[in-house]
Design a protein around this ligand. Structure first.
Ligand SMILES: [Zn+2]
Ligand SMILES: [Zn+2]
Length: 96
């Protein structure tokens, strides 16, 4: 198993099912797991995380979990660490 999945989430318990909503660390958009029937929230969380981590990507620089839109697959980093285009990169570089 790869690194620990640390995206922020909220958990709802509705009609005997748990559903978790995970949030991208950069843009805050959410991914909702499918409803999980389980006796314990710990089990439900493990199932939901296994599902959600396929929809998120971990930045290898800052270790944040971000959605596909916030991920630069070429660099395996988030778009904040590795912006998609060179213009953004120059702007960020000139700020430092
Ligand atoms: Zn995002
Ligand atoms: Zn990053």
């Amino acid at each position: 198993m790869a690194s620990e999945f640390t995206a922020k989430y909220v958990i709802y318990h509705v009609a005997g099912r748990f559903q978790l909503h995970f949030f991208c660390d950069l843009c805050g958009c959410s991914y909702s797991s499918s409803p999980i029937r389980s006796d314990s929230s710990d089990t439900a969380r493990a199932v939901a995380i296994a599902e959600a981590r396929r929809h998120f990507n971990r930045c290898h620089k800052c270790n944040r979990w971000v959605c596909g839109q916030c991920y630069n697959e070429d660099e395996m980093e988030c778009v904040e660490c590795s912006p998609h285009n060179d213009i953004d990169k120059r702007v960020l570089a000139s700020r430092h």
